[in-house]
Ligand binder design. Structure first.
Ligand SMILES: [Zn+2]
Length: 239
């Protein structure tokens, strides 16, 4: 019985996901997770602008590289402007993917469509002209958007990436254990998890390392980049 229910739910979820992915209308373009049949997850790290501090969680990035953990970074234009070497360092890692996170980290719904488009395209252009990198991904600051945002992202031929699992790492009151407990109960097949790698995350490295052991070793969920999750994910075999 258990198997029958989960199989039905899985099929329903897959059909729903296909419809959403194939449809061209507004909200349908907003991606919160990969296919539910996907035995993989995407660890994502926002690079929001910072007023003080290094703006770069070097021990976290080093741990990801050392353990060869694929990750996706969403860079804001303002952050890139002061982190040229760090941008190059991220782009140099073959199992990292780089997306964008707006120019100045604005509240997009407060801007008209032309201003939103300029805000979204800023870091896309910088990546293309200064670094020769064609990015395919955009994540709105604060996860805030309206129809104009979706239209602008579509016009720029970017993928609109949100998340379905929050690490909570900007909150200094959360302990590593609390964050881990929340994530292990929310993360499922195809999850996109949001963290910060701009030095403003609390316990981010510890949580990523513990989560890696929990999800990859115990639950066999493979970490992949966002594009791999959406396009090239290894599907769970049909039974
Ligand atoms: Zn941000």
């Amino acid at each position: 019985m258990q198997g029958k229910i989960s199989r039905t739910m899985l099929t329903a979820g897959l059909i729903l996901w296909s419809v959403v992915a194939a449809s061209g209308d507004g909200a349908a373009q907003v991606v919160r997770a990969g296919p539910p049949t996907c035995k993989a997850i995407a660890l994502t790290f926002d690079m929001c602008p910072v007023r003080e501090g290094s703006g770069y969680d070097a021990p976290l990035i080093a741990a990801l590289i050392e353990q060869r953990i694929p990750a996706t970074f969403f860079l804001s234009g303002r952050w890139m402007a002061t982190h040229d070497a760090e941008v190059r360092a991220l782009l140099a890692v073959p199992f990292f993917e780089v997306g964008t996170h707006g120019q100045v980290h604005a509240h997009l719904p407060m801007l008209d469509e032309a201003k939103q488009r300029a805000e979204i395209s800023g870091p896309v252009e910088v990546l293309r002209t200064r670094y020769g990198y064609a990015t395919a991904l955009f994540r709105p600051p604060y996860g805030e958007f309206n129809d104009a945002t979706v239209d602008a992202v579509r016009a720029l031929e970017l993928r609109f990436i949100l998340w379905n699992a929050l690490s909570g790492d900007p909150d200094p009151r959360l302990s590593t254990e609390q964050m881990l407990a929340h994530l292990t109960s929310t993360v499922r097949n195809g999850s996109v998890i949001v963290f910060h790698a701009n030095g403003k995350g609390h316990h981010t490295r510890e949580v990523v390392e513990d989560l890696y052991r929990e999800l990859v070793v115990k639950r066999d969920l493979k970490p992949v980049t966002v594009t791999e999750l959406l396009d090239g994910c290894e599907q769970e075999p049909r039974r």
